[in-house]
Design a protein around this ligand. Structure first.
Ligand SMILES: [Mg+2]
Length: 182
């Protein structure tokens, strides 16, 4: 397919999305772990991704995280952003994806997922609309519906969410909701 056709196809898929799920390391972060002497790991998140998640909630999307690692800081961030699903220490991401799908009574085609590495591959293949960060593993890029221009930890999740906003013509509603925020 020509590049333009790929994007039209991605847009059609993005139109059906109701829930947006994501990986953390290498996707919401740039993959770098600062390991402190006590063994605690410190990572950085991008504020633009955080705002994208908040805007998504404002216009009715649900969001969630499926990650192989575990941290208290992530728990706090997910709570602060009011994400509805947080699954840490996950070995088989597809199993959790299917469990979330069934519990929310959604179809696979109504769930989007963005990731960066091989642990995400099964979910990338199952999700209705899938994204790869710009620096994702090649197999992830090849199997995703949309490859972001931004790298993990540098606004790729925001870009992915905005692709869905664009496909669903959400901008007027977003502007209205933001205006009415108190
Ligand atoms: Mg990752």
């Amino acid at each position: 397919m020509a590049n333009g056709d790929v994007l039209v196809n991605a847009e059609e898929k993005a139109k059906k999305i109701k829930m947006i799920l994501m990986d953390v390391d290498g996707t919401l972060t740039n993959g770098t772990l600062h390991v402190l002497q006590n063994g605690e790991e410190v990572k950085s998140y991008h504020v633009r991704d955080g705002l994208g998640i908040i805007l998504a909630h404002l216009v009715g999307f649900e969001t969630g995280i499926i990650t192989g690692k575990s941290s208290k800081a992530l728990e706090q961030r997910a709570k602060r952003l009011r994400m509805s699903e947080l699954h840490q220490g996950v070995l088989h991401k597809k199993k959790i994806f299917l469990e979330i799908r069934d519990r929310h009574k959604l179809k696979s085609e109504e769930i989007a997922y963005i990731g960066d590495d091989l642990g995400d591959l099964d979910v990338i293949k199952s999700a209705g609309f899938s994204g790869a960060v710009a620096d994702a593993h090649l197999l992830i890029q090849q199997n995703a519906d949309y490859v972001c221009n931004q790298k993990g930890g540098f606004g790729a999740v925001r870009e992915f969410i905005e692709f869905i906003f664009n496909a669903q013509n959400k901008w007027d509603e977003i502007k209205e909701k933001v205006k009415n925020l108190k």
